[in-house]
Design a protein around this ligand. Structure first.
Ligand code: NDP
Length: 296
């Protein structure tokens, strides 16, 4: 079997177009423009790239983008004061604090100071609890993007066996909750899982979120399974820098029914879902119906 490629780049463009359409409608019908505030502390080069890209895409879909760049030495008190100001600003519907934060800042404290209704990253403890109990929440962007692609490919996921490799708070755990919410039978695997190859071989859906280049070989993949590769690993091969996933794409594509490539799979969906979450937060804040097809 040669796998169908799930094109995350094209899918993300479709999501952004959907968001842009609904933002235009919102502006026309109610005069409201969704606004996303992104807070960057310090000068981490990768974070600067992400923040620039988020700001650019926010403006492209017709939303307002507010960037707050703070010194690496910013005190916790000053950062919390800024978040408080954004929490109380009616023009701001989504707040994202770019992680990782400099070591002297307490990440949990900072994230939990964001108004949960504006927590478009879905990392606030209230949103984690709401997702875990199957209630309406803000859903972390990367797992939401994976879910959208899986729903698009399969329609219903009900009854499917899913394995999520990785149990981080930002990808593995929320991904497992979302799959459970769609009635999959879910296994969460991690570094202590016994006989990982056998666990993965049982799965109709494999989501790999580990951070180890090409760790999952094709012969772990059940014939016809759907493989979602969240991993982004920079490696050097043949003297060139290259991005690879957590799955060995070439061998997995020979057995899978469908697979996301790296790059061009899950990656582009993350920012698209951030925009979708900002629109959702704006609609909820204004008592308007939620955008269709853009929430969990
Ligand atoms: P973390 O490092 O927080 O978590 C990695 C998980 O993988 C842990 O639960 C760990 O288990 C597990 N793990 C490590 N080694 C093994 C192993 N040998 N076998 C099985 N499980 C193992 O990573 P993240 O969840 O933050 O990210 C995972 C990957 O996804 C990274 O490559 C990251 O760059 C990428 N990513 C991509 C995004 C995108 O937009 N596409 C967004 C976010 C992340 P244990 O808990 O036991 O240590």
């Amino acid at each position: 079997m040669v796998a169908q490629v799930i094109d995350g780049k094209a899918f993300a463009a479709k999501v952004r177009a959907q968001v842009a359409d609904q933002v235009a409608k919102l502006k026309e019908e109610s005069g409201i423009t969704p606004g996303l505030a992104v807070v960057l502390v310090g000068e981490d080069p990768a974070s600067q790239v992400y923040v620039r890209s988020k700001g650019k895409q926010t403006v492209e879909v017709g939303m307002n983008s507010y960037e707050h760049k703070l010194d690496a030495e910013t005190s916790e008190e000053d950062l919390l004061a800024l978040i408080d100001k954004l929490n109380n600003d009616p023009a701001v519907h989504g707040i994202l604090v770019q992680l990782p934060l400099p070591k002297h800042l307490n990440e949990d404290l900072v994230i939990n100071s964001i108004d949960p209704a504006k927590d478009v990253d879905g990392f606030h403890i209230s949103n984690v609890g709401l997702l875990g109990t199957g209630q309406k929440s803000m859903v972390p962007c990367t797992p939401l993007g994976c879910l959208m692609m899986l729903r698009d490919h399969h329609g219903s996921l009900s009854g499917m066996d899913a394995v999520v490799i990785g149990r981080s708070n930002i990808v593995g755990k929320p991904m497992a909750q979302l799959l459970l919410g769609d009635s999959c039978t879910v296994t969460i695997a991690h570094s202590r899982t016994k006989d990982l190859p056998d666990v993965v071989r049982r799965a109709d859906i494999v989501v790999a979120a580990v951070g180890r280049p090409e760790m999952v070989p094709g012969d772990w993949i059940k014939e016809g399974a759907t493989v979602i590769d969240v991993g982004i690993n920079r490696i050097e091969r043949d003297g060139k820098n290259k991005l690879v996933g957590d799955v060995d794409y070439a061998s997995a594509a020979e057995r899978a029914g469908a697979i996301t490539p790296v790059p061009g799979g899950v990656g582009p969906m993350t920012i698209a879902c951030l925009l979708a979450n900002t629109l959702t937060a704006c609609c909820r804040a204004n008592g308007l119906p939620e955008p269709e097809g853009l929430t969990a």
